[in-house]
Design a protein around this ligand. Structure first.
Ligand SMILES: N[C@@H](CCC(=O)N[C@@H](CS)C(=O)NCC(=O)O)C(=O)O
Length: 363
């Protein structure tokens, strides 16, 4: 495990390939927990961490996130699209951190999360599992009353926001994971997750030229496939936004600002690929997507926390990103962003990215 730059969530194999630690506190928060009071072990298990069901209850949990992180960004976007702001609150960690991972210095009064009263996210992990040995990662759902992490499984968490919190979603929330499209959404993910979402990390954290070359080739091959798919269709799956678009968006939106340079994903910038650049602008301008982004925090996080890759810690000023707001013309491809649903309303003031950190919120 590498402990020097970002805690323990990353690993490298002997041939220099970046290997992501994908094990989680994988409890789930679900619409109803069978017989009786929660939490209860899932049927057929002995109740080890990662196998409990918790009930979806407004006010019971807090989403621990950070603007910088693409995996947390998914949870922030889905919470907003589904209108779950009143169901669970949002905590946003500072963009940079040391080996003890995410903290609240400079973000909340006295550097303490105002609801949980903790200075570091690790306190919620240790409350659940003393000496928790893995990465202290965002996103995580924490039970407010006990201060314990319930789950940090970013992917299951977002699916559960969509499927299990229905009673608390806003009227007009889109179905981001329709039954009839779920298989296709997961098929797309078989390419997007390893080669693009994780692919950029595999380029950036490669420990050998061979590992980097392989990751780079896979990334660009996958981006070419996705470009071709998006040439004739407005969205990745079906004719409105789905979880597939959310998953891809959080990587694409960071691409020119971070992955192109910092992670050496530099065959070209996204802004030089007309189809992908238009797709990104389309999503960016869709309520719930671009309005969750803080480019300053994103750049600070990657360029400062990854001291191994960027020892000077200098954060680049560019790129100029106001082009994200230009017309994209993708309406012509048909489809409507929210299908039978409606867009979310304006971002609640407390959840708004800092003015000047996003072209949608000029300083
Ligand atoms: N760990 C999850 C995704 C979440 C994740 O990696 N979050 C990163 C930030 S983008 C994190 O919290 N890193 C802090 C740490 O490892 O200490 C996975 O790899 O599947």
């Amino acid at each position: 495990m590498t402990e020097d730059w970002a805690g323990a969530a990353q690993n490298a194999s002997t041939d220099g390939e970046f290997v992501r630690d994908a094990s989680y506190i994988g409890d789930r928060i679900v619409a109803s927990v069978p017989d009786g009071s929660a939490p209860r072990p899932m049927p057929g298990t002995d109740g080890r961490v990662g196998e409990m069901l918790w009930p979806a209850e407004p006010g019971r949990y807090r989403l621990m996130a950070a603007r910088a992180c693409p995996w947390a960004n998914r949870a922030i976007i889905v919470r907003r699209l589904m209108g779950l702001e009143d169901a669970f609150s949002l905590s946003l960690a500072a963009p940079t951190h040391d080996v003890r991972s995410w903290n609240y210095a400079g973000v909340y009064p006295n550097g303490v999360d105002p609801v949980l009263g903790i200075p570091r996210l690790q306190d919620a992990y240790f409350a659940r599992v003393p000496d928790y040995p893995r990465g202290i990662t965002v996103p995580a759902m924490v039970e407010v009353s006990s201060g314990k992490v319930v789950t940090n499984d970013y992917d299951q968490m977002t699916i559960d926001f969509i499927r299990e919190w229905g009673a608390y979603q806003r009227a007009g929330a889109p179905d981001l994971y329709p039954d009839e499209l779920a298989d296709e959404i997961e098929d797309v993910n078989k390419l997007v997750y390893p080669s693009i979402n994780n692919g950029v990390y595999r380029c950036g954290f490669a420990g050998s030229q061979e590992a980097y070359d392989k990751a780079y080739d896979e990334l660009w091959k996958a981006l070419d496939v996705i470009t071709e798919r998006l040439e004739t269709r407005r969205y990745l799956v079906g004719d409105h936004i789905t979880l597939a678009d959310v998953r891809l968006f959080t990587t694409l939106v960071r691409f020119d600002a971070v992955y192109h340079g910092h992670f050496k994903c530099n065959r070209s910038k996204l802004s030089e690929i007309p189809v992908l650049w238009a797709y990104l602008r389309d999503l960016y301008q869709t309520p719930g997507f671009g309005d969750t982004i803080d480019f300053v925090q994103i750049k600070q996080h990657y360029y400062i926390v990854h001291a191994e890759i960027n020892p000077t810690g200098i954060v680049p000023r560019g790129p100029e990103l106001s082009g994200l707001l230009t017309a994209h013309g993708r309406e012509e491809l048909g489809g409507t962003p929210f299908g039978d649903g409606t867009p979310p309303g304006p971002v609640p003031e407390d959840d708004r990215p800092i003015a000047g950190h996003n072209p949608l919120f000029p300083g």
